[in-house]
Design a protein around this ligand. Structure first.
Ligand code: GMT
Length: 374
């Protein structure tokens, strides 16, 4: 198949999933065309059968807000036509579904190019719920030829929020278990807690610092914070106030998270909401046990007490107690680490999930061609 993928190319989970999906599809022989405003961060430039088409947004003194949606729609239609694309796949509904809908309509007199929208979370739970975006998000999502969501939680939530009248297919996020692997041996030195995110308020990164301060009362450990975003300053301030600023390392945005995770002992994911929790899955594949919050789609990935721990949002005492349990018992840590790796391999490995996308593309293509022939 020739597939056009559009996503946010920067540091959000949806862009990471879209990029890795594209690279996996290309490895399976498909031709993949990324249509985005910048090169997706995890895109390996030399990957065979992967192409990048930049969306350039021209400005004009009259435009207070450059019309990105229009530039994207034009580029999608152009690339679909020139590259003979079979299907467009957009990640994150806003504004990508609207752009794909426009592109499909522009192409309609000459060719049928259906589009699939994959919902990732905040496009529904936060942004899509905002009055200014609600109607258009509902409309353009429903106009998609296929809709997928990354968890059962998000599927239900989308139905509740929008009352979407179309079938939503759940295809969970995935991890490449050959790339994400446990370290051969434990790293030297003190214990290491890890958090990975875009440091938005929903991630509650100051809770990571509070957990560190509590755990440090019992054992010597440090916190690695990978990523960057608006709450970085808050985390620095809290670390200073709690006297742990020397034990917190801000690593910045990382391209090769698979090299970083195996050097750590526990993953912290204290989010207020996660539709899936990709960072938890990536950690589990590396045998690093997550201590996360019991929210959204996280329980579909993490089974409390088996391959990770789930605690209430904001309950840093309980989260710190779980971290301590793990750090002070080699048996518990290695049993749960093995269980975490097993879950990644059995339920979420690329070899299991990518064929589900391929099957769904075929289904959507077949019904679009059938509808076009009527
Ligand atoms: O919240 C983020 O980190 C970004 C956001 C996105 O759409 O870019 O992430 C969502 O998609 C990720 C990949 O599918 C999921 O792992 C995250 O759980 C989800 N975030 C939320 O629901 C808050």
């Amino acid at each position: 198949m020739r597939i056009g993928i559009t996503c946010y190319p920067t540091y959000g989970g949806s862009g990471i999933v879209a990029t890795e999906l594209g690279m996996e599809l290309a490895a399976r022989g498909h031709e993949v065309h990324f249509i985005t405003y910048a090169n997706p961060i995890r895109l390996d430039p030399g990957t065979p059968r992967v192409y990048y088409h930049e969306v350039e947004v021209s400005t004009y003194p009259l435009f207070q807000h450059p019309p990105y949606l229009l530039a994207l729609a034009s580029r999608m239609a152009e690339v679909a036509e020139w590259q003979n694309l079979d299907i467009l796949h957009v990640h994150y509904a806003i504004p990508h579904s609207a752009a794909a809908l426009l592109a499909r309509q522009m192409l309609a007199p000459r060719r049928t190019v259906p589009f699939i929208t994959t919902l990732h979370g905040t496009d529904i739970t936060i942004v899509g719920n905002d009055r200014s975006y609600f109607a258009v998000t509902k409309f353009t999502t429903e106009q998609s030829d296929g809709i997928t969501s990354i968890s059962e939680y998000l599927r239900k939530e989308t139905n509740e929020v929008f009352g979407v009248c179309k079938d939503i297919r759940v295809i969970p996020n995935f991890v490449n278990c050959d790339l994400y692997r446990p370290a051969g041996a434990r790293h030297p030195g003190r214990w290491r807690l890890l958090h990975i995110s875009n440091f938005r308020p929903v991630k509650r990164i100051t809770d990571c610092v509070r957990v560190l301060a509590l755990v440090r009362k019992e054992v010597d450990c440090e916190l690695w914070l990978a990523g960057d975003g608006p709450d970085r300053g808050d985390a620095e301030r809290v670390a200073f106030e709690l006297g742990v600023h020397e034990e917190v390392r801000f690593l910045g945005k990382q391209n090769h998270i698979e090299r970083l995770i195996p050097q750590c002992d526990v993953l912290l994911l204290p989010s207020r909401l996660e539709s899936f929790g990709l960072a938890a899955l990536e950690a589990m594949a590396c045998g690093v046990v997550p201590v996360a919050t019991n929210v959204g789609g996280v329980p579909e990935v993490v089974t409390h007490g088996v391959n990770g721990f789930l605690e209430a949002v904001g309950d840093v005492q309980a989260q710190a107690a779980r971290v301590l349990e793990l750090l002070t018992s080699d048996t518990l840590r290695s049993t749960m680490s093995a269980a975490a790796r097993r879950t990644a391999e059995t339920d979420f490995c690329t070899t299991r999930i990518i064929p589900r996308y391929e099957g769904y593309y075929e289904e959507v293509l077949a019904s679009a061609v059938h509808a076009g022939a009527r």
